[in-house]
Design a protein around this ligand. Structure first.
Ligand SMILES: Cc1ncc(COP(=O)(O)O)c(C=O)c1O
Length: 446
């Protein structure tokens, strides 16, 4: 009897809880995305399924945690807050100020800097703010050329930064595939840039921040380290930090750092910090995206945990395992391998262009992007290479054994494409990929 009463006394609580849930869901249902816009809701579900079922090898992407996703989809999107914490142009900042201050403090702690601006909408506007802070139109910027691994915003011709500024570009050595620091120094001495960018978007090797700092000092240039790709590795101690060398650190928050789509600018000197803040707002932007700011704060909280250090180390270990297996299978890797999360493959020796290879791999469930390689004789929209990376597969918990398997699949698909008879191989590999992805659920996906 006592037993029964005990069971009954628990049951009503469970019923109440369940009833409340049903009521809540019922109340929300008529306003929910599923009901209001089933077309978009279904497309989002389709993209979620696609992300779950694909081995994502795109070096600039990741899977954010459920916590980061939750922060992104909140009422914070409703609030305007032009200005900075404590100095806004709108009322009602009691909560937003706290959120932005937390994000700033966490960025400072994770990267070991004195100042952080978490408002840039994305990496490109963050870099534009660096120009606005330190250059006038027509001034000279020295950056890595796009075909060598630099980003558009480092002064490439089609970008506003290449049109409005006098841009000079450095590259890599033909024999090593690595940045030619002698060339960087010679160009800096010849052109006397006001701004030098280091870092990039397709660089598989460690950036030598001290060497760049020495050159920038020699010519009196501002040194900006764009760590968009490697920010998570820097935060996790798997790549040297630019702190103490670069005047400005620019980064996106959505790549190896595993945050929402956003960006940050960091500095140690007060003078540089002031110039950056003024350039972001009111120089370039209006109201910050507060839902993104909150999600950046969450990502930085995650990046401060010991697990993130292990994650960053595993990203590099996985990239090395993947590179070693690709090399063993006769792939030609730019610079001969990798020090970080990224591998750039020149497919010339395999007799396939980057685009048909990437398209076939995507159909097999292996998502990559086609990419120019240094001194590429082909056009950017039909280049010789593909770029791959390990941030996403590592977030799913995959390790070196899975990387060797992925390299084997890539070899099979690329070889079949070269032979002009890839359909059966693509179908078989796709089946095997689906089996692998089902064993490694991606963070944030239901
Ligand atoms: C090195 C680097 N800087 C800046 C950016 C620009 O970031 P976003 O695409 O967010 O504008 C990227 C993006 O790929 C990048 O790789």
């Amino acid at each position: 009897m006592g037993h029964h009463r005990g069971a009954n006394s628990r049951r009503p609580c469970a019923w109440v809880a369940a009833a409340v849930d049903v009521e809540k869901e019922g109340a929300m249902a008529e306003n929910s995305l599923n009901v209001v816009d089933p077309e978009i809701a279904e497309l989002i579900r389709a993209e979620e399924r696609r992300q779950a079922d694909t081995v994502k090898l795109i070096a600039s992407e990741n899977y954010v945690s459920r916590a980061v996703l939750e922060a992104t989809g909140t009422v914070l999107t409703n609030k305007y807050s032009e200005g900075y914490p404590g100095k806004r142009y709108y009322e009602g900042q009691q909560v937003i100020d706290k959120i932005e201050s937390l994000a700033v403090e966490r960025a400072k702690a994770v990267f070991g800097v004195n100042h952080a601006n978490v408002q840039p909408y994305s990496g490109s506007p963050a870099n534009l703010a660096v120009y606005l802070a330190f250059l006038n139109p027509g001034d000279t910027v020295l950056g890595m050329g796009l075909p060598f691994g630099g980003h558009l915003t480092h002064g490439w011709s089609v970008s506003a930064t290449g049109k409005w500024f006098n841009s000079v570009r450095y590259g890599v050595r033909r024999d090593t595939g690595r940045i030619d620091m002698d060339e960087v120094r010679a160009l800096a001495l010849e052109h006397r840039p006001k701004l030098i960018f280091c870092g990039g978007t397709a660089i598989p090797r460690t950036i030598d921040f001290p060497a760049f700092a020495e050159i920038a000092k020699e010519v009196g240039a501002v040194l900006a380290a764009d760590i968009a790709h490697i920010a998570g590795l820097v935060a996790g101690g798997a790549h040297p930090s630019p702190v103490g060398y670069a005047d400005v650190i620019s980064t996106t928050t959505h790549k190896t750092l595993r945050g929402p789509r956003g960006a940050m600018l960091m500095a140690n000197s007060d003078e540089v910090a002031k110039a950056l803040d003024k350039a972001v707002f009111p120089g370039l932007q209006g109201g910050p995206h507060n839902h993104t700011t909150a999600a950046i704060a969450v990502a930085l909280h995650e990046a401060a945990q010991p697990e993130f250090k292990a994650y960053a180390a595993q990203v590099v270990k996985n990239a090395k395992a993947l590179a070693d297996e690709l090399l063993a299978r006769g792939f030609d890797l730019v610079s001969g391998g990798t020090d970080n999360h990224l591998i750039l493959i020149d497919l010339t020796s395999k007799g396939v262009g980057g685009k048909p290879a990437a398209q076939a791999l995507d159909r097999a469930g292996l998502e990559t992007n086609y990419n120019t390689v240094p001194f590429d004789p082909r056009k950017p929209f039909d280049p010789s290479g593909i770029r791959i990376g390990t941030p996403s597969v590592t977030s799913r918990g995959m390790g070196e054994a899975e990387m060797r398997q992925i390299a084997a699949w890539m070899d099979e698909v690329v070889t079949a494409v070269a032979k002009g008879d890839a359909e059966d191989v693509i179908a078989r590999v796709h089946g095997e990929v689906t089996e692998l992805t089902s064993r490694f659920p991606a963070p944030g996906l239901s």
